[in-house]
Ligand binder design. Structure first.
Ligand code: ATP
Ligand code: MG
Length: 678
């Protein structure tokens, strides 16, 4: 025991040694909260708690993987079982697989990821005669997500609607839910909502699921939403061994229904709770910490916390402004390259953080140009890539062709002569008969009616699917071999070459496919005979990849990390670049328009970014930025002014003649002079 807690300060030690009962650790960034959770797991295991009786919930798969490997390091790898470290979503998938029948679903339900959700949303909006011009599928889903996360059922959504778009969305919400159920599918939000429902309505289920664990720990508790909160309560209320850690200043998922209230109310919920505060920041230099503290002090809604440096001095954070986003990317990458040439740090020590998904593109191409290794984490998820989705759809169709989403996606991908008209005929017949499209595809009369070319294409596709279904079922070949054969059977490489002209695009696309093959291989190796295609598809959908797979490789790979602020939560890097520090980016345009609490959340996001940095922090902005093909002038982020301790109101600055605008700080390198007047 003693050697384990040696590397901890007294407050941390106190938390680790509090072995039972409710425990709250409320502390600022970099104070060792996650470290305490990890050590506590190790400590409990050393004291005889069976690893599998411990559940630790983290926010991202990346965090889960990191925690798993840290625990393994502490307790040694020779144990037979491991603690269950997972995200809310993967925990919920496992619970649903065991009990979803109780809610009237078949156990082999499908999880709809973003792409499939959009396809469905489009169909639903069409079915209820809402034109895309009035409400885009993405706008619809955004609203549905907000309702679901706040626990608003379809029948109440209309009361909650304010704008025209809200009303349209409310009208289609019920249909969307119905369609999901008809397809035996759930979306990401449903994973949590259905589990919440199961645990609250079926006491036997709750008892069984809660009974699997003796200890529950939740990292980043400040970002739990109502549903997650209730799930945690339900799982922990029998034994009360619940340890939650978090920082209200890092609550950044308010837009997804997270309520910082949950962490602030913990002692009320659990009156016997022990509360531990950690005050020493071990991560960042004093120079970085001072500016971070100065920024977050601008938020009105926060609990009082002390954050003290344990690393004195340090390099002053820098702010650089550039002419446009191209120069910004070029100079940032050049800066990294120069430092690396001087052998200061390794690629993995660097992170480039951004707010929006358009931002990384320019950095990626620069990184490729100069030949530095990088990984893009979060943002556009691996799964959302078109080619990955295609392949998954094939696997889905092979696993269960009656499940429509897979089949409909691949029916003419790569193009095989089954045009939209033909698909409509098949779909129409299917709906009319209450059968699956796959069934209709076996009906020769219907198939023939689509014309000779389409008919033969349909028959060939059915044959292809059947061949691979059989291959998957008799397991003579591994899934990996099967997938390789499939790729060549459908000539997917040719399709990629057809779609993409540039060699580097082709390579990147093909590399993503290779990644799927690798995933499948790792999955198969891990599960042995128990490997099931459906399970693999689930895992991939959740991006919940196992040890040797993509995420882990990304971490192990010595590469510069590109990610959003949201994805960076909990992580740390020696050098952090926060790019695009402009109004309408950080703070995001949506939040600028909403103002108030929304701006406070953006400020927390900025704070999260800054507190990722250990040694060096660089912030950059472009004075003009291309949006929808047009170059436009930008305004420096108000947060820069706050960080620099300037009383200037950036809004006022924006309204002054441009020539009088103040720069937010002494930029090490300024090319603003070159800025043209609009
Ligand atoms: P965040 O709020 O960003 O999630 P956190 O509070 O979870 O941060 P950790 O990631 O656990 O903080 O720790 C931050 C860094 O400080 C890590 O590198 C960790 O190893 C180190 N650290 C934490 N506690 C100590 C300690 N007592 N002695 C030395 N290093 C420590
Ligand atoms: Mg942490």
């Amino acid at each position: 025991m003693s050697d384990l807690v040696n590397g901890l300060n007294p407050a941390q030690k106190n938390a680790v040694l509090t072995e039972s009962g409710p425990l709250l650790i409320l502390a600022g960034a970099g104070t060792g909260k996650t470290r305490v959770v990890t050590f506590r797991i190790a400590h409990l295991i050393r004291n005889g708690i069976k690893p599998e009786r411990i559940l630790a919930v983290t926010f991202t798969n990346k965090a889960a993987n990191e925690m798993k490997s840290r625990v393994t390091q502490l307790i040694g790898a020779r144990r037979e079982t491991t603690p269950e470290v997972s995200t809310f979503h993967s925990l919920c998938v496992r619970i649903l697989r065991r009990h979803i029948e109780k809610l009237g679903y078949r156990p082999r339900f499908t999880i709809y990821a973003r792409g499939q959700q959009e396809t469905l949303a489009r169909q639903v909006l069409r079915a209820v005669n809402i034109p895309t011009a009035a409400l885009k599928p993405s706008e619809f889903l955004w609203r549905v997500g907000a309702w679901k996360n706040r626990g608003v059922p379809p029948e109440n959504a209309i009361n909650d609607a304010e704008s025209d778009k809200d009303h349209l969305a409310a009208a289609a919400f019920r249909r969307y839910e119905q369609e999901l159920k008809n397809r035996n599918a759930v979306d990401f939000d449903d994973l949590l909502i259905k589990v919440d429902q199961l645990l609250s309505e079926f006491e036997d289920v709750r008892k069984q699921e809660a009974g699997r664990f003796d200890h529950v720990m939740v990292d980043e508790y400040q970002d739990t939403n109502g549903t997650q909160y209730r799930i945690v309560q339900a799982l922990a209320k029998d034994h009360q061994n619940l340890c939650v850690v978090g920082d209200d200043d890092q609550s950044i998922y308010g837009w997804r229904g997270a309520e910082v209230e949950h962490i602030l109310r913990f002692s009320t919920d659990w009156p016997s709770a022990v509360v531990v505060r950690l005050e020493e920041n071990y991560r960042s230099t004093d120079a970085i910490l001072q500016l971070s503290n100065r920024l977050i002090a601008h938020n009105k809604l926060r609990s009082d916390k002390t954050l003290l440096p344990s690393r004195p001095n340090g390099d002053k954070p820098q702010i650089h402004q550039y002419r446009d986003e191209v120069e910004e990317a070029r100079e940032v990458i050049l800066d990294i390259k120069r430092r690396m040439d001087r052998d200061e740090f390794e690629p993995r020590d660097y992170a480039i953080l951004f707010r929006t998904n358009e931002q990384p593109r320019a950095f990626e191409s620069e990184l490729r140009r100069v030949g530095l290794p990088y990984v893009l984490i979060g943002g556009m998820s691996f799964f959302d890539r078109r080619e990955v989705q295609d392949i998954i759809a094939y696997l889905r169709a092979i696993d269960d062709p009656d499940e429509e989403t897979g089949l409909l996606r691949i029916i003419n991908t790569p193009p095989r002569g089954i045009g939209p008209k033909t698909v409509e005929t098949l779909l129409g017949t299917a709906v009319q008969r209450g059968e699956s499209v796959w069934k209709v595809m076996q009906d020769d009369e219907i198939v023939s009616s689509t014309g000779p070319k389409a008919a033969s294409a349909i028959r060939n596709l059915a044959k292809l699917i059947n061949v691979f279904r059989e291959m998957a079922a008799n397991k003579e070949k591994s899934f990996v071999d099967m997938l390789r054969e499939l790729l060549s059977a459908i000539q997917y490489k040719v399709e990629i070459d057809r779609l993409y002209e540039k060699p580097e695009d082709r390579d990147a696309r093909w590399a993503a496919i290779e990644e799927v093959v690798n995933e499948l291989g790792a999955f198969e190796q891990k599960k042995g005979k128990r490997a099931k295609l459906s399970r693999f598809i689930d895992n991939l959908t959740l991006n919940d990849l196992d040890s040797t797979t993509e995420k882990e490789n990304q971490l192990k790979r010595n590469a510069i990390a590109l990610m959003t602020y949201h994805a960076s939560k909990g992580l740390e890097f020696r050098c952090v670049y926060m790019v695009g520090m402009e109004e309408d980016i950080l703070p995001h345009k949506r939040s600028v328009e909403a103002d108030g609490a929304a701006i406070e959340e953006e400020r927390r996001l900025c704070y999260v970014g800054m507190t990722r940095a250990e040694d060096r922090l660089t912030m950059t902005l472009a004075l003009t930025r291309r949006r929808w093909g047009k170059s436009r002038e930008t305004n420096p982020s108000r947060f820069l002014f706050e960080i620099m301790g300037m009383s200037d109101n950036p809004h006022a600055a924006a309204k002054r003649p441009k020539s009088q605008r103040r720069k937010p700080g002494r930029a090490g390198k300024t090319t603003g002079k070159k800025r043209k007047k609009a």
